[in-house]
Design a protein. Structure first.
Length: 247
């Protein structure tokens, strides 16, 4: 039986570094599923091809759309849902997968980025960690980010506050300022819960923390295996039992 194609849909970005970083993830997923599943890329905003154009190019086979989005907000529940429903109404075989987070494998990458940003020595006992999330007007996406903050706190064995860059409160600079006021002299470490470099990652860097981590994807580096695993698993849930490729 022909396996459904995997259509990886990212937000899209005007940042060349961000676009390259996301492309490394799509390429890594394609390499993982080589010989098993064709992998294609599209965008919900900013870049082309958009979702309707991407689906139109895959009319000859079943498709599972996997959002390369960390939280399930408006883009997943409204934009992608409408695009998928429209394709299905036109006779296409299209299924929408889940967002990438919350997932403990994303916490693995967050923890590694924190270690990189605070080396040598790693996090100190007095450090205050703030998770920088993009933010959303959709309360479900905010809940996903809060859940990731809780998972990271459990992993680190210390409190983690969540601050949002846009469309949600509390705003990241306010959370950083509050952490500094409540813990004078402590180092404030901003953990970037963003997929790739770009405008939001720059804002996280400029939010007032003493240290800010790199996003989950880094331009010029291979995509973390954990992220590839999550994307493949989101596909597998909707596509059924897809055989895992052998090494």
């Amino acid at each position: 039986m022909e396996r459904p194609a995997l259509l990886a849909i990212s937000h899209g970005t005007a940042s060349p570094a961000g676009a390259r970083a996301v492309a490394t993830l799509v390429d890594a997923v394609a390499d993982r599923l080589a010989g098993v599943t064709p992998v294609h890329a599209g965008f919900v905003d900013v870049q082309q091809p958009d979702v309707p154009a991407s689906l139109a190019g895959l009319r000859d086979r079943a498709v599972v759309v996997v959002p390369l989005l960390l939280s399930a907000g408006y883009h997943v529940h409204v934009d992608l849902r409408e695009d998928v429903d429209a394709a299905v109404a036109s006779g296409a075989d299209v299924t929408l997968g889940g967002a990438l987070g919350p997932d403990d494998r994303l916490v693995d990458v967050l923890e590694r980025r924190l270690a990189e940003a605070t080396s040598p020595g790693g996090l100190a006992d007095g450090d205050v960690v703030v998770l920088a999330a993009a933010g959303s007007s959709d309360a479900r996406a905010v809940a996903d980010c809060e859940a990731t903050g809780e998972r990271l706190a459990s992993r680190l064995g210390r409190p983690v506050r969540v601050g949002y860059i846009a469309n949600a409160a509390p705003r990241l600079p306010d959370v950083v300022a509050a952490a500094r006021a409540e813990h004078p002299g402590a180092r404030v470490v901003v953990a970037s819960y963003l997929l790739a470099p770009g405008f939001f990652a720059d804002l996280a860097d400029e939010a007032g923390g003493d240290v800010a981590t790199r996003p989950l994807l880094v331009a010029g580096q291979e995509a973390p295996a954990e992220l590839v695993d999550v994307v493949v698993d989101r596909y597998r849930v909707r596509a059924g039992a897809v055989p895992r490729p052998t090494a």
